[in-house]
Design a protein around this ligand. Sequence first.
Ligand code: SAM
Length: 325
Amino acid sequence: MNTASFSSGDVLADRRANYARALAESGDPAAAVDLMEQALELVPEWAGGWDMLGSYAEAAGNVSVAISAWRRLEALDDEGVFGAKLKLAVHNAKPADHGTAISYVEALFDQYAPRFEDSLVGKLGYRVPDLLDELVNEEMARLGVSHFDKALDLGCGTGLMGEKLRPKVTHLEGIDISAAMIAETARKGIYDALHKAELVAALNARRADADLVTAADVLIYCGALQPFLTALMPALKAGGLVAFSLEAHDGEEAVFLRPSLRYAHGVAATRDALIVAGLEVVRFETAVLRYDRGQPINGILVVARKPAVDLSAANDHDNDGDVAA
Ligand SMILES: C[S@@+](CC[C@H](N)C(=O)[O-])C[C@H]1O[C@@H](n2cnc3c(N)ncnc32)[C@H](O)[C@@H]1O
């Protein structure tokens, strides 16, 4: 998050913070730490300033100063907009709760929205919507269906996944926690409806009305998969599909928080979680999703299906949808 955009309310402190940011960007985070400490002497209650100090100290390799700064930040930032808990958890200074830091994610994407596509697609080689779309198309071909009645695109962002889905969905809804991301996508007119909501809460408010649910590069901000899967199952129609991506790791842990403040999911544990939730796994692939600081980010791509266990429901669905068993 570009915390420098949050003013301290003090001209001199802001000036020092701006110099500090310039120093950090020019590769001298240690000097930036000194200047931020001077700025914070003037405005000790400035949450954004403590966050900047923490980031610069971390970049300078001074983890103990970073942790102290984020502890101050945590005490000042009641809403959790700056993600202090996540930053402390990454450095084992706080237990990780493996949940969604809702206010942090919302603020992050509210700031990121205007440059999201240029940055992610243009510079970081982001290709999750293409990869998921390809898998969904292959599954549709296998099932012999040509369209879905109703799809929900969770964490729709600026609509990159929605653009892929649009030709094959009669009613397409987008859900996102960030108002600024929704405003970006609203301009494009891709979705039939857009909702500003947290995705688990949004799924919990629905009952068996979706033929397809997608979440492209979204669950990496949500931590443990179980709350999502528990909310998903009743929201999906029998026979409906879910397609989503995760960042992958090969270890034993089901999920852990990366220094990027995104969650990585274990390959084996993810497969198990899908089965435990009652989904039939139809595609489970690993692929490079994007690049981060020049390094490939490996991910998991999933297409899974809610079994048509309830035959009466499945028969009803056969009459009004395309993907029922
Ligand atoms: C990396 S962007 C991906 C956007 C889009 N799916 C795409 O592929 O371009 C992640 C999006 O998920 C949204 N998001 C993250 N966690 C969310 C949650 N728990 N509920 C709703 N939206 C969420 C963010 O606001 C952001 O717009």
